[in-house]
Write a protein that binds this ligand. Structure first.
Ligand code: SAM
Length: 285
């Protein structure tokens, strides 16, 4: 009889998500979290932190396309970028495809995540050695406190708002991001899912806090099969650029970047939200 191994993640108290696993490739405990890498037939290799899905080889392109190309097509003059979290390297990989980007600072709290991804997930970690990338292993919350008027774009590629990621959903953090950005700066963050109530609360809270600082504050969506409910949101906040009004589709398309998910039609369409999500974002309680 063949023994079956399954990765199980609890998406809510009453809902589980499972992936059949061929091999448990790595398991370790850092100062901050438990780190695991699995290999599966359906999703290829995947990384989990504290038992929560971070990236899979099969669907990471959706998340990384949407977190990077939406701000880059809105302002093609972006040169200095700060990535907070993002230890798997997928966000940095997409940013390095732009020859116009001059500097990418990545602040990841957990060096072990980067070491493990370099070894087991070269698909995402492959550009962490690009000469424009500087890696800082520290808390992103503390890092942005020291920065002023420095970045054109900040991407918050974080874990969920508990454990080490908690500080990256606070008012203090968003205020410091505002200060760290230049006058035309953009902040993009992973914004949880609207479907399950626990996640929906976090995404609403994050939206209310970001709105206090940024004159333009929008939310956009993508379909990510391995995240809870498969419906994932991103936040887009900015000092001047509106991602739908100001998209520079011609400039982005002239770059000739080949992408598997993102295109300039999806860019505009992703800001059209279902009514229940709009209501969640607009409600005051
Ligand atoms: N795509 C992923 C998702 O939404 O599930 C996020 C991927 S990435 C692996 C998230 C990274 O954020 C982790 O490696 C974690 O160590 C890092 N992180 C969490 N809290 C942080 C903090 N306060 N400062 C910097 N990095 C942090």
């Amino acid at each position: 009889m063949e023994l079956e191994l399954w990765y199980t993640e609890q998406h809510t108290k009453n809902v589980r998500f499972e992936i059949k696993v061929n091999k448990h490739l790595y398991s370790g405990q850092s100062e901050f979290q438990r780190i695991d890498v699995f290999e599966s037939k359906e999703f290829g290799r995947f990384l989990t932190l504290d038992g929560l899905m971070m990236v899979t080889e099969k669907d990471e392109f959706i998340y990384h396309d949407m977190i990077v190309h939406v701000p880059m097509a809105t302002n093609p003059s972006i040169k200095n970028v700060l990535v907070i979290g993002g230890g798997d390297g997928g966000t940095v990989r997409e940013l390095t495809r732009y020859s116009s980007v001059e500097k990418i600072d990545m602040v990841e709290i957990d060096k072990l995540v980067v070491d493990v991804c370099r070894e087991y997930l070269p698909q995402t970690a492959c550009k962490l050695d690009d000469e424009r990338v500087r890696l800082y292993f520290e808390d992103g919350l503390k890092f942005v406190r020291r920065k002023e008027n420095e970045y054109d774009l900040i991407i918050v590629d974080s874990t969920d708002p508990f454990g080490p990621g908690e500080g990256l959903f606070t008012k203090e953090f968003y205020g410091n991001c505002f200060k760290a950005l230049k006058d035309n700066g953009i902040l993009v963050n992973q914004h949880e899912n609207p479907y399950y109530s626990e996640y929906a609360k976090s995404m609403k809270r994050a939206h209310v806090r970001i709105r206090e600082f940024f004159p333009i504050c929008k939310v956009y969506q993508a379909h990510i099969p391995t995240y809870p409910s498969g419906h994932w949101l991103f936040g887009f906040a900015s000092k001047v650029f509106d991602p739908v009004r100001d998209i520079n589709a011609e400039a982005w398309n002239s770059l000739g970047l080949k992408t598997k998910y993102y295109n300039t039609d999806i860019h505009v369409g992703s800001f059209a939200l279902p009514n229940y999500v709009k209501e969640l974002l607009e409600s005051r309680d």
